[in-house]
Ligand binder design. Sequence first.
Ligand SMILES: [Zn+2]
Length: 518
Amino acid sequence: MVTPDNLGSRAYNLARGSGGFSIMSFPRTLGELRHSPFSEEQLRSRRVKDELRDNLTAKLRQGGPIFPGIVGYDDTVVPQIINAILSRHNFILLGLRGQAKSRILRALTTLLDAQMPYIAGCEIHDNPYAPICRRCRDGVSQLGDQTPIAYLTQEERYVEKLATPDVTIADLIGDIDPIKAARGGHELGSEMTVHYGLLPRANRGIFAINELPDLAGKIQVGLFNIMQEGDVQIKGYPIRLPLDVALVFSANPEDYTARGKIITPLKDRIGSEIRTHYPASIEEGIAITTQEAWTKRDGYKLHIPKYVQEVIERIAFAAREDKKVDKRSGVSQRLPISCMENVISNAERRAIRHNEKLVVPRIGDVYAAMPAITGKLELEYEGEMKGADHVSRELIRTAIAKTYDGYFKGTDMNQVVQWFDLGGEIQLADTAGAVESLQSLRGIQGLMEKLVKLNVGPKESAETQVSAAEFILEGLYAHKRIGRNEERLFSAGEKPPKVAEKPFDREDTPFRGRRSFN
Ligand SMILES: [Zn+2]
């Protein structure tokens, strides 16, 4: 017995192929369809938003994540999206760049039925029981139960458009195609001569428009009419299409104001407005970057130390706080993702050159990954004056200093600093092989035993030990306790002016005493 309550989950399960129901045995004609789980009672009045709602309800009952792979939104964005779908709303995601907005919108397809029947050959995927286009209405009245049926997968029911000022009504809704008219011998203005735009092609699916305010005002009005009337009209011809589409949008919050580029009536028609955000913690950022970055490379064993992950993530965090970086455009999560990929590549390049079997990124590789950072920063005037390279270097250094403190705050590094103060120097090029670098690093008194804080002992691979020791030196450099030049030669730092400094102060709060003199 089909009740309104189990309609959705039943179709969902059947369409997923449980119960021995495979795509091969799916009904191929309207007659067969009537006697299948896709019955008229089931399908005729089921709108896309009902379908999303039904399948979401089923997923909520099952428990488990609603949108697997969307990290850090479980308590904020996801519940609001769930409410919007349960409310059968069109909705908009408001957020800065690189906050997974497009990704979330695409993930909505997982809430669609696995297979959806439509009248084969229909450009707007007509409902077999209630076709809206002339071609299909004519077809069904001629062929009746012999009308052929085809199916769409979840992904095929998702249409996405990046809004730009040059998008036209014809792109979005459609146009009369004179060539089609001439070929088919139809009158211009006959329904058979319509060239459908993106929106009709998204019929019975999800239509996503990214950066909504970038649409020209006239097009926004058109979109408003569609949401208001529930149907579209093509170029003044009396062709009405009562479409069934779930409309979803994304926008930058700055643009999504009446003062910005959005027209108020359209804004008013969007049911829910949901704010996205950047990862709240370093750990969440690392989880996203680990998931998204391309790290599984052929041929080499890769070990990414935790501190390298933290430094990369903290660059983005530092950039989001830095007043030299434009707050309105934000700093995308793509920054740490691209940076991580470039860091691994630099380490990989070194390993290939030195015929090393293990690839272990170092902090030096983060500096070498600047090309993956600079382009992701929109700079304010002050930043522009200093240049993207300079700003990026400062951000990396800040990220290293904070990460270093997480492991070594309160650790006495005087012996290491003294070695440099007494004239010791070491060059650690990012291209230098692990074995030779380890030799030189071992010469620095007091350094290697500090690696225990990073869980790196003398039995670890040379690659791992070099990376860890270099991290300490970069940390000391970031705190200006030792010096380092562009050629990656570490040496004594510039001495601050002589002041009375209690020797124990430095151990409790390692670097505060010095920092105030910079
Ligand atoms: Zn049709």
